[in-house]
Write a protein that binds this ligand. Structure first.
Ligand code: XUL
Ligand code: CO
Length: 439
């Protein structure tokens, strides 16, 4: 820690249990508690998002930022970046989390040229490396911000101008170097402007070929430098582009499989991105898990009354419990963790609010996990779900699953069945009651 303490008066957040009335304590997240064979710490690998918690100051399209971060006071970019790193590491340590995630220019302000940016990134990653060595804090993933700068208004890897594609390549190379220097466990691609605003001027097929080429080059470069981590694609249907190519989990998996990238790349599923795509969080996790592509989670929530990415802290216990059922059935995440890609509201202006937000998020996931484990182990629940497919466990159903029947065989089976088809209840309301009873 630097000499300065930013979050004065706040000590390390401890697990005190449900009965505690201390607002700065975990009620459910007990890092050492074992659930379904692993500690909560191991299940979740909670990470803080550098951008929302230490960079974004609450500006929106209608007004300037409302936060006045004490670590954002220096005019010298390197000093300002070091102060921000001090604040971030103090916060992560006090939360008792193990990880952080960043975009390149969250760490330090972009320079006026690529060479200047590279120098700045080298300076701040040197500094962060010493802070990592002095603590147990690790990098869950790094990424490059290839969407904010106006040069990327028509996309980065999918830009119709090759000079911009090359620029994005240089930026991603530097972000990969920074990630590898800090022993990042994974690397993320979120294609905010990799899509179109109008199809009148867009060659979609050619742009998608370019995106695949670009991802392949990035993967080959990192592998050649000894990076063994996983690459994640983060699906999102829209915003800022009208339509983004990584629309949802199914679309992204199809893309990765088409271009042979499915072994190196997995998915980073974000709650509010799922709901923007008209899916539930549990749906997107299920699609990813079914193809062995469930890599990581960006935790947050949307708002039922509007249609954009509000990135609020997770607090919906039912939504999280249903997601954790998928998570447990899938055997967890492939390489990733749970990154709080969420921001406190614009009028939450006390530094302490950042703690309340992350405590609530961690407790929501912990509760979700505990509930999911109970539901999955409840015989009343599993017998209904398993029983639903029992007709495929033996006889002709089993032969069908094994590919041993033809369509003519189905005709013979159906015509020789003299009994009327029985209505079999899906028991949805009963299952919903079982879930709620465990909450
Ligand atoms: C944007 C979003 C990003 C990615 C990283 O909606 O989720 O913050 O997680 O670029
Ligand atoms: Co995200």
């Amino acid at each position: 820690m630097g000499d300065k303490e930013y979050f004065k008066g706040i000590l390390k957040i401890a697990f005190e249990g449900k009965a505690s009335d201390n607002p700065l304590a975990f009620k459910y997240y007990n890092p050492d508690q074992v659930v379904a064979g692993k500690t909560m710490r191991e299940h979740f690998k909670f990470a803080i998002a550098y951008w929302h918690s230490f960079c974004g100051q609450g500006s929106d399209p209608f007004g300037a930022g409302t936060q006045n971060f004490p670590w954002d006071q220096s005019n010298d970019p390197v000093q300002a970046a070091k102060d921000k790193a001090d604040a971030a590491f103090e916060f992560i340590s006090k939360m008792g989390f193990d990880y952080f995630c960043f975009h390149d220019y969250d760490l330090i302000q972009e320079g006026s040229s690529l060479v200047e940016s590279e120098k700045r990134l080298a300076a701040i990653t040197d500094y962060i490396k010493t802070k990592q060595d002095a603590s147990s804090i690790k990098l869950l993933w790094g990424t490059a911000n290839c969407f904010s700068n106006p040069r990327y208004m028509n996309g980065a890897a999918t830009n119709p101008d090759f000079d911009v594609v090359a620029y994005a390549g240089a930026q991603v190379k530097m972000a990969l170097d920074a990630t590898m220097k800090l022993n990042g466990e994974n690397y993320v691609f979120w294609g905010g402007r990799e899509g179109y605003i109008s199809l009148l001027n867009t060659d979609m097929g050619r742009e998608q070929d370019h995106m695949a080429r670009f991802l392949t080059m990035a993967k080959d470069y990192a592998r050649s430098q000894g990076f063994t981590g996983t690459f994640f694609i983060e699906p999102k249907p829209m915003e800022p582009s009208k339509h983004q190519y990584d629309f949802d989990a199914a679309t992204s998996i199809g893309f990765l499989q088409k271009y042979g990238l499915q072994d190196d790349f997995k998915l980073n599923i974000e709650v509010n991105h799922a709901t923007l795509a008209q899916h539930t969080f549990e749906h997107e996790l299920t699609v990813a898990a079914n193809d062995n592509m469930l890599g990581s989670i960006d935790a947050n929530r949307g708002d039922y009354q509007n249609g954009w990415d509000t990135d609020q802290f997770p607090n919906n216990i039912e939504e999280t419990a249903r997601a954790m059922m998928v998570f447990l059935k899938a055997g967890g995440l492939q390489g990733g963790g749970v990154n709080f890609d969420a921001k406190i509201r614009r009028n939450s202006t006390d530094l302490e609010d950042l703690f309340h937000a992350h405590i609530g998020g961690a407790d929501t996931f912990a509760r979700g996990l505990l509930v999911a484990d109970k539901v999955l182990n409840d015989p009343a629940f599993s017998s209904i779900v398993n029983g639903r497919y029992a007709s495929f466990d033996s006889g002709n159903g089993s032969a069908f699953e094994q590919g041993k029947l033809s369509l003519s065989d189905l005709f013979d089976v159906a015509t020789s069945n003299t009994d009327a088809i029985k209505a079999r209840s899906g028991k949805q309301e009963y299952l919903e009651n079982i879930l709620n009873n465990h909450i």
